[in-house]
Design a protein around this ligand. Structure first.
Ligand code: HEC
Length: 186
């Protein structure tokens, strides 16, 4: 600390600059090196979109559009991988969100017997989904009240239809069948 007086000595500003230039360059070089080494980590390299085996039966195009805009990045096999998802460390975060998201619920591998539509309504209502860190970057993914209502209504209809009848869904608000939803523990 005794050196501080010398560093701030107005009679020797050049000397002060020299004292800091080397460490700053070193720190910069180390950071660049770390950044480059991060790119070599294979995790996050793959940007796979497996085939759509069972597309979620959206009851209307409007709801599907909202879901595609706000949920499909992480909950479908139709991920629109952004440019930053190719650069570590963002690539690691994106890869991990997509893996975890697809594992929880996948609109491209939709099983009507799972009670996922019901979970989705809950997550939306609680404001957990779409993930805030995602909407912070993708402003358009944020749900307006109206979009939230449209999406929830559609999901509600899909939840009611999950008994596998595959019918027209004429009576969308039959939500009495709660007894079937026990198998979604994973
Ligand atoms: C940026 C990626 C991302 C987006 C976008 C996103 N999710 Fe998720 N979602 C995740 C991740 C990761 C998990 C698992 C970890 C967690 O719960 O935070 C998850 C979990 C879930 C779950 C399971 C929660 C549970 O604990 O049972 C549901 C349901 C869900 N999301 C619905 C949605 C819906 C509906 C949307 C769109 C309105 C959406 N998500 C948008 C990443 C995302």
């Amino acid at each position: 600390m005794g050196n501080d007086a010398r560093m701030t000595d107005p009679e020797d500003p050049a000397g002060r600059t020299r004292r800091f230039r080397l460490p700053l360059l070193t720190v910069g070089a180390v950071l660049v090196g770390v950044f480059l080494v991060m790119q070599l980590v294979p995790y996050g390299w793959t940007h796979s979109n497996p085939p759509v085996t069972s597309a979620a039966p959206w009851p209307n195009a409007e709801a599907e559009t909202i879901a595609r805009q706000s949920c499909y990045a992480c909950h479908s096999n139709e991920t629109d991988w952004p440019a930053y998802s190719y650069v570590a460390p963002m690539s690691w975060l994106v890869r991990s969100d997509v893996d975890a998201g697809r594992a929880e619920m996948n609109f491209s591998e939709w099983d009507p017997q799972d009670n996922k539509a019901h979970d989705a309504i809950e997550e939306i209502d609680e404001g957990n989904m779409p993930l805030p860190k995602y909407t912070a970057i993708h402003r358009g993914a944020e749900l307006t009240d109206e979009e939230q209502a449209t999406l929830s209504a559609a999901l509600d209809q899909m939840a009611s239809n999950r008994s596998g009848k595959g019918g027209g869904g004429s009576d969308g608000d039959d939500d009495g069948g709660s007894g079937k939803g026990d198998g979604d523990g994973d």
